[in-house]
Design a protein around this ligand. Sequence first.
Ligand SMILES: [Zn+2]
Length: 371
Amino acid sequence: MKAIAVTPKQTNSVRLEEMDKPKTSDIKNGRGVLVEVLRVGACGTDREINNGEYGVAPEGYDFLVLGHENFGRVAEVAENVTEFAVGDFVVATVRRPGYSFYDDIGEQDFTTDDEYFERGISRLHGYMAEFYAESADFLIKIPPAIKEIAVLLEPLSIIEKGLKQASDIQERLKIWRPKTAAVLGTGSVGLLTSMALRLRGYAVHGFGKDARDGYLNADLLEEIGVSYDSTMETTVAASTEKYGEYDLIFECTGYSPIVFDAMQSLNQNGVLILASVTGGERKTDAIPSDKINQQFVLGNRVMFGTVNANREHFEIGVKDLALCEAMYAGWLGKMMTHKIEGLENFAQAFDVLNNAGKYRAIKAYFEVKKI
Ligand SMILES: [Zn+2]
């Protein structure tokens, strides 16, 4: 079978590899499921791995099959799989257990290991292939009604984990009735976050770098009742004069200095969620640290980081995708701006990823096989 692979840590090594088709017997305890891949999303993580920034090949290989945002159809099940049947639509989670206590109890998204196992990213092959085999334990069943947009589930699962943790943390308050939220960043993650917050009844304000005019992402935000402001014209802190302080802020810009701006824009008892992986060396000075610290102390404010997702977050995501289709029919489909037909056209996908601004791309994805 065909697969898209890279040599980790080598710049622009993306290519097609020919591999053996996996088998259900590759998975232990008779829990194997063979999945025919239908769609795979391509994102900044794939771009950064192909840039040689990170990524680790599985043991015994000198290449890594890319792809973590997946959607497929069950082709075969082993003898101890009762929860899936041939023909079911599924999405697989990404991280697999390592060695820490959290991994032992199935909470590998909270691992304390420094080396982790993630399909398509670190030590495990990914989903940019015609088939994959996986334990039924790591597969999520997808209702046929959301098959067209289910490839968005993996990126949404990261957001669901952040929002679930925020509500878990806020149980400290006994009563928390958040009304307004700011979403910093208006790429595909920012759009999905804004959607998830709208489904929960928040008044949502989105912030991006781009000018409003002709910005498709801002059009989509406004379609679901989210305001858009360009940070070239207003800072997040200054925006509170217009919108008030935010009960919840979700940061997904990739630009770390904005975090300090966000810290000053949070309402009393508010919660700030950090979800950008900023791998650079940027430093920021002239931070009003006394003021920020005092606001956090006197206002019982909270800030936390979140990464990856577990099975329960994918399951919440399935419900949100379905609810979004019910409330804003067709909206999620509009995010899927660039379809690449066939794994062999990988160069086209990376061209879109490397020039997202030029292509006005929100989400690029492979159609490996027609649904
Ligand atoms: Zn991704």
